[in-house]
Each structure stands twice: as C-alpha cells, then as structure tokens.
Ligand binder design. Structure first.
Ligand code: ZN
Length: 272
C-alpha cells in the first residue's frame, strides 16, 4: 500500500517482472531429504516432524506447517531459499508525502487490532482447496513479494496478490470460516478478514461494499463483498492475502493446498 498515490501527479511506475512458476512454493521436509531442494519466499514447509507451532490435521494426522516470510535471506530453518529474481516496483515522487499525525496513530491502532486477530487459533473451518475469490476478474497480478521502493528507499513488500475487476464485481469467501474483521480501515479501506481455523486467515481489501458482519460464519464461495477502490488504492481491484499465523504466504499455495497435503501424506506414508 502506498501513501496517497493518487493525489500525486508526478509518478513513474516501473515494475520488473519475471514470470515465476509456483513449483517451489511448497516444500516437503522429511529427515533432511529436502537438502537438494529450495523453497520460495512466502512459501510453506510441510513436515511430519514438529518444525513449527502450526499444524494442519488431515485424517487425524498432524502435518506441521512452517511459513517462510518474504523477508528471509538465503536460508531459513536450515532449508535453502530459492535463488529467484527479486521483483521490484519503483515509484518516484517529486516530493515526499507522509500521512498526517492523527492518521499515523489511527493506522497504528488498526494494525494492533489486526495483529490480535492473527494470533487467534480456531478449530478447523476450512475444507478442500481455497478458491480464487473473484470469478469475473480482468487480470490477476502475481505481485506477491514484490519489493516496493519509493524514491530509491525500501518501502515494504507486497504481501498478497491483486485481482483487478470492475467496481461492484462480486467477491467470494475463498474458503469457509468465521468473519473476524468487516469494517473500514485507513489503508486497506473496506476490509474483510476470515478466520479459517488452524491459524489460516484470508484478507480482502479495498472493497466497495461489505456484505458480511463480524462473527458471521461464511461458506466457501459465499459473497462477502464487492470490488472497490476504498482506502489507499490506485484503482479498482481486490487485494487478496493469506496468512498462516502472522506470516504472509503466497495465496497460490492455498488454491492447491488439499492436493499438496494428500500428496505429502502419500509420500510420507511410503517413507515410514
Ligand atoms: Zn495489493
């Protein structure tokens, strides 16, 4: 999210993208046999060993899940991080814009509210693969982990994917869960956060309308709002994020999470 981007008249946007596959987003970690493999930043390491405080339960079996932050360097928990081209978005402003002091306070309080939500560990509500939250989209921008530089300085990483579409396009719950946040925030605009249980949260920002309330149980595919450009957004789009605990992971992992877990169980059962 960028401060008041639309207020500024002098901006040059330069994005260097490399078409990146999703093959290294999930790493099966078993007795060190992952040594020759690498995992992407924003990826997920699955193991039968207790490598994390987070775990997903399938058929009564616990699968430990270690999310890989976008900010890690070359190794993480003795696993090699893939040497992938870093995507950079460079934004140049003629003069620096900063939010006003009351805004900074408000943003800080809002961040605390969200962080409290992300510490929740509910029972499992999700079932099967997560779905793309927009059907009638224009473009899916695979900008997870893009490093954002403003006037040459690191301003943060993009921690989700952006799905562009017309204002008013329906947004669906990516999986079942309990709505923990359904209100307006300064940067995120109209925001919905769904708690899927087991420490997984999905995030839907810049909505035009919110169609659910905090505490509601929503089913996978249920309409939760519409695409907008509320908050600090440059144009109509859905910012879609997924967190495991407090760590942002690449949402593409979750579009095939059930398949990957089944495959992992198949492989790890053979090895035991
Ligand atoms: Zn975004």
């Amino acid at each position: 999210m960028v401060w008041s981007l639309r207020i500024l008249t002098f901006t040059i946007l330069f994005i260097s993208f490399s078409q990146q596959g999703h093959s290294n987003l999930i790493l099966f970690y078993e007795n060190g046999n992952s040594a020759h493999q690498c995992v992407s930043r924003g990826g997920l390491i699955l193991s039968r060993e207790k490598i994390s405080d987070y775990y997903f339960v399938k058929d009564g079996i616990s699968i430990y899940v270690l999310p890989v932050p976008v900010t890690v360097s070359s190794t993480f928990a003795d696993v090699q991080i893939c040497d992938e081209e870093m995507k950079i978005e460079r934004i140049w402003f003629r003069k620096k814009r900063r939010p006003s002091l009351p805004d900074i306070d408000k943003i800080k309080r809002e961040k605390e509210i969200l962080n409290n939500v992300y510490t929740l560990r509910s029972q499992k509500f999700w079932l099967g693969n997560f779905i793309l939250p927009v059907r009638d989209y224009k473009r899916i921008i695979e900008n997870f982990g893009v490093r954002r530089e403003i006037n040459g300085e690191l301003a943060g990483y993009h921690r989700g994917i952006d799905i562009s579409g017309d204002i008013g396009t329906k947004v669906f719950a990516s999986n079942s869960g309990v709505v923990r946040i359904a209100r307006k925030f300064t940067l995120e605009g109209n925001l919905v956060v769904i708690d899927h249980g087991e420490g997984i949260f999905s995030i839907y920002a810049h909505l035009q309308k919110i169609k659910v309330a905090e505490g509601d149980f929503v089913k996978k595919g249920q309409v939760i709002g519409t695409i907008g450009r509320s908050g600090r957004a440059t144009g109509p789009h859905l910012h879609f994020g997924i967190k495991v605990g407090k760590v942002d992971v690449n949402p593409f992992i979750f579009f095939e999470i059930e398949d990957k877990i089944d495959k992992f169980l198949e492989i790890s059962a053979g090895a035991m």
